[in-house]
Design a binder for this molecule. Structure first.
Ligand code: CDP
Length: 206
C-alpha cells in the first residue's frame, strides 16, 4: 500500500508535531525534509560549497538531528534552499521516501507542490508569526537552549520571506491542500484535524 501525506507550511508551524502524530497513528514512516536542508546548511557553515554539500549528504549527516535544530543552522538552511541545484540533489531521496510501501508522511515547504504533487492528502499548516516564534522558543527551552523571543521572531520572519519569495519551489499552499491555521488551536486539535483528513481519504480509497 502506498499512501503519501504531504505537510507544508512556514517555519515552526507545528508540521513536525502533526507529521509524527499522523505517522504514528497510521504506521507510516515520517520524513522531516527540513532536516536535509539543515544538514546542507550545517556543512556550509563548516566551509563547504552548498551544491557539493547537498550532493555529498549521507545518512550520518542526520544522526544528531538536535544539533541541526538551531537558529544559526535554520538560517543557513533557508539560504541553501534557494539554490536549484541543491534542491535537485535532494529530490530523488524525498520522492523515493514518499513512495515507500507502507505509507509516508513528509513535511517541508514544497512537498504538495513539487515533491509529491499527487499525494493523497495535502495539508498546509500555518499560524501567526508571533505564535510560531513563541512555540519555537518553548521548544528551545524544552531542550535547555536559551533564546530571545525577538531574535526567534526575526528568524521566523526572515526565513518565511526567503522561502516564499524564492523562484524555485517557493513555499505556497498547493491548490488542493487543506489549510490548518493553528494560531488558536491546541496541538491535539490540529493533530485530530490532520488524522480526520487522512481517514476520510483512506475511507474512499479502500
Ligand atoms: O522546523 P522549521 O519549520 O523551522 O524549519 P525546517 O522545516 O527544518 O526547514 C528549514 C529550512 O529549510 C526552511 O526555512 C526552508 O528554507 C528549507 N526547506 C525547504 O526549502 N524545503 C523543504 N521541503 C524543507 C525545508
Amino acid at each position: 500500500m502506498r499512501f503519501t501525506v504531504a505537510i507544508d507550511g512556514p517555519a515552526a508551524a507545528g508540521k513536525g508535531t502533526i507529521g509524527r502524530a499522523v505517522a504514528d497513528r497510521f504506521g507510516f514512516a515520517h520524513l522531516d525534509t527540513g532536516l536535509l536542508y539543515r544538514a546542507v546548511g550545517a556543512r556550509v557553515l563548516r566551509g563547504e560549497r552548498a551544491i557539493d554539500a547537498a550532493r555529498a549528504l549521507t545518512p550520518e549527516d542526520l544522526s544528531f538531528p538536535d544539533t541541526l535544530r538551531t537558529g544559526e543552522v535554520a538560517q543557513a538552511a533557508s539560504k541553501v534552499a534557494v539554490i536549484p541545484e541543491v534542491r535537485d540533489a535532494l529530490l530523488e531521496f524525498q520522492r523515493a521516501f514518499a513512495h515507500r510501501i507502507g505509507g509516508a508522511v513528509l513535511d517541508g515547504r514544497d512537498i504538495g507542490t513539487v515533491i509529491c504533487p499527487r499525494a493523497e492528502v495535502k495539508l498546509f499548516v500555518t499560524a501567526s508569526a508571533e505564535v510560531r516564534a513563541k512555540r519555537r522558543l518553548d521548544e528551545f527551552a524544552g531542550r535547555g537552549l536559551e533564546a530571545d523571543y525577538d531574535e526567534v521572531l526575526a528568524d521566523v520572519r526572515a526565513r518565511d520571506a526567503r522561502d516564499a519569495e524564492r523562484a524555485t519551489a517557493p513555499m505556497v499552499a498547493a491548490e488542493d491542500a487543506l489549510t490548518l491555521d493553528t494560531s488558536e488551536m491546541t496541538a491535539e486539535a490540529a493533530i485530530a484535524a490532520a488524522i480526520a483528513a487522512v481517514e476520510e481519504k483512506r475511507g474512499t480509497a479502500d
